[in-house]
Design a protein around this ligand. Sequence first.
Ligand code: P1T
Length: 386
Amino acid sequence: MKFETKAIHLGEEPNLEAGGYGDAVMAIHLTTTFARKQVDVPTQGYEYSRSGNPTRDALEKRLAGLENAKFALAFASGLAAETNLILSLLKPGDHVLAFDDLYGGTRRLFNRVFRERFGIQFSYVDARNIEMMKLSIKKETKLIWLETPTNPLLKICDIQAIAEIASEKQIIVVVDNTFLSPYFQKPLDLGADISLHSTTKYMNGHSDSVGGCLMLNNQTFYEKLKFTQNAVGAILSPFDSYMILRGTKTLAIRMKQHEANALKISQFLEKHSKITKVIYPGLESHPEHHLATRQMSGFGGMISFELNAPLNETKQFVERLKYPLIAESLGGVESLVEIPALMTHASIPKEERAKIGLSDNLVRLSVGIENVEDLIEDLEQALDKV
Ligand code: P1T
């Protein structure tokens, strides 16, 4: 079954047997608990909705299929998925080697919760530099944590090359695949052990559900993650499971349009005299453009850029835009714009931001699927006044 077909049918096969209604769409099983006839025989295996729920199970089946994975688990947010992963697979003293450009909330979780309070070690390196990655592995290194493309600088690292180094040393490789969705990148096929998403973004795609998921093939890891999911309880609700089931049906066509719009906008920005820098993996000027072409099947819908203007003028430019909403998050059908240093990455100290090249006036644009001419016209009018 091909991607678009899985995205519509997997997990939502109608029940045409006696007792089923043949629903074309998965029901939202709001129930918290499941009645049984016999004390020791749960009905169809269901006991209590934290441990398992038919709507969440349907979503997990779909998510696994989209990423060519054997297993998937759905959580209350992307950060809940990350927390579940670390609690399941690491212990105090273990070391995580992470890409130095990550979503600000991920670094906050690592540094302020797991390092300060639970004694897990983290070091941050530029994962584009394979030699540096090799040199940074310690005997306590249990996990390599990648985001590619990164948030917000869209740096791209070689998943396959890193997975090869990691497997020699039995280190688990996690890839946060939020920025591309499985439509454009499948980290497990490239040798990663676990793929992670904030489903809040492209997977749901309509800015109306917060969620997260993990996909993987290793049964031992899956059992540990599943145990922790039930023990800790950060599950995705039945309603949000339904929302993401619905969202994934249009993932392929949405991603194509996000990409087509982003490519045109990045080309427009690159030519504009008031723009000093445009970062988009689909541009030949992107330093990892060739790796992107090999590793990804599309370039996604995220663009970061800098204006030839100080921060206050950059802010005014953003505030003059008519269509993109000034908001955190990304991956919705509507365009969203933000200044990471003041918003999504404000929790990272300024000197850390400077080290990775995240300037105060970098603008991040999540390109929506509005008409691209409207979006370009809007950018043009806002740039004219700079
Ligand atoms: O917000 P939540 O669903 O908990 O997901 C966290 C997360 C994880 N990974 C990546 C790459 C992310 O971008 C995010 C959330 N990011 C934003 C809210 C943002 O505006 O960048």
